[in-house]
Design a protein around this ligand. Structure first.
Ligand code: TIU
Length: 230
């Protein structure tokens, strides 16, 4: 078992049953000209999550552990887009309309792709989802259960929207989530802080919150122990 410093208490997981979730690190949310900017947001605020997530991704890849990337978006014919979602946000540039990176939040558009810094590798799962939560209308639960995954290390954007929805959905399905504070990000720093506080409040009512540094330390320690058993 690996033990990581976290709030409200250490996160303990079995390395044979863990997956890294990278939620919606898409150009549409992190780059100028995408869906996030069309909603009036300062997209530069999310970029601080990229470098620490790269480090965590490398650690998972070195160990051959499961990595799952999610992408929020819709079918090109928009048959999976509820009017209630379409009509929210910027009325002059809606989901499905042509922007500088192609059609906003549409599968196949340049803006729908994951940023190059965190691009998936061929063996990794890429999961397309029409909603904010990663379990809603997807086969994520089936994929996790088929691999015997019980613990999730969670990174992604935005903290209080797709990350929060996903971690709540995971919690209700019996998965334990460690959300990495520096590997998540929001257009609203106060919402980022509040969402993280909510996860860990009440004895970890939704999950655990930690940092990439503490996770990487714990992984390093466990590798040393495995290589040099006493
Ligand atoms: N708008 C916003 O903060 N987020 C989203 O619409 N989707 C995700 O969080 N991925």
């Amino acid at each position: 078992m690996i033990k990581v410093q976290a709030e409200p208490h250490p996160f303990v997981f079995d390395p044979g049953h863990v997956a890294l979730l990278c939620i919606d690190f898409q150009r549409d949310f992190l780059e100028a000209g995408g869906f996030g900017e069309s909603l009036g947001n300062d997209v530069s605020r999310l970029r601080s999550a990229i470098a620490p997530t790269q480090a965590v991704l490398s650690a998972f890849r070195e160990r051959g552990w499961t990595v799952i990337h999610t992408r929020e978006g819709h079918r090109p014919d928009l048959t999976d887009l509820f009017p209630a979602k379409r009509d929210r946000g910027n009325p002059s540039l809606r989901i499905g309309e042509e922007g500088p990176m192609g059609r906003l939040l549409v599968r196949g558009s340049a803006g729908h792709e994951i940023v190059p810094e965190l691009a998936p590798q061929p063996a990794e799962v890429v999961l397309d989802k029409p909603g904010k939560g990663s379990f809603y209308a997807t086969d994520l639960e089936t994929i996790l259960r088929a691999r015997g995954i019980t613990s999730l290390v969670v990174t992604g954007v935005t903290t209080e929207v797709c990350v929060q929805s996903t971690v709540r959905e995971a919690n209700d399905r019996g998965f334990e989530s460690l959300v990495l504070s520096d590997c998540t990000g929001s257009y609203f720093p106060e919402f980022h802080a509040a969402a993280l506080a909510m996860f860990a409040a009440q004895g970890g009512i939704v999950g655990w919150v930690g940092t990439s540094a503490d996770l990487l330390d714990a992984l390093e320690q466990s590798s040393v122990r495995t290589e040099n058993p006493e």
